[in-house]
Ligand binder design. Structure first.
Ligand code: ZN
Length: 152
């Protein structure tokens, strides 16, 4: 990764952590999940409105480090309008990206900014927290998810 690209990625992450998108409780949500990453202290509540087999709207609230917030913010933009199957495939690609730095052939859009996370293993859980919460919400799980016992 070039220094220039890395700077750009950092800028995108900072921007999303400072002004997270869809940072709100969704009144129309029909799926809700809580996520917790005890290693870093990240907490997230994720709200999904599923309609006609697609994510019509999504919102999140919570507190945590810049990576967890930016990841949740970018996730909300990425999954809007998608089906649960598409989102599960995105989860796998993002997981490969942050654990191994593998950028898939398919265009991941802004999600690619997390490619550098694999060099900081402690941050992988921060980056994946919102994704675990999203899968839990899609599966309609009532139990809070924690990165210490990811329900995969
Ligand atoms: Zn964190």
């Amino acid at each position: 990764m070039s220094d220039e690209l890395q700077d750009l990625y950092q800028e995108v992450i900072l921007d999303h952590s400072r002004s997270p998108r869809n940072f709100r409780r969704l009144e129309a949500a029909n799926r809700v999940a809580q996520g917790h990453n005890p290693l870093c202290g990240d907490n997230i509540a994720l709200y999904l409105e599923l309609e006609g087999g697609r994510v019509k709207d999504i919102g999140f609230q919570g507190s945590g480090c810049a990576i967890s917030k930016a990841s949740a913010s970018i996730l909300t933009e990425a999954v809007k309008g998608r089906t649960p199957d598409e989102i599960r495939r995105m989860f796998d690609r993002v997981h490969d990206l942050v654990t191994r730095g593998e950028v898939p052939d398919e265009d991941l859009g802004k999600l690619a900014v997390f490619a550098g996370v694999h060099r900081f293993p402690a941050r992988v859980k921060c980056a994946m927290l919102a994704w675990h919460a999203t899968l839990a919400a899609l599966e309609g799980k009532d139990q809070p998810v924690t990165t210490e016992n990811p329900a995969e």
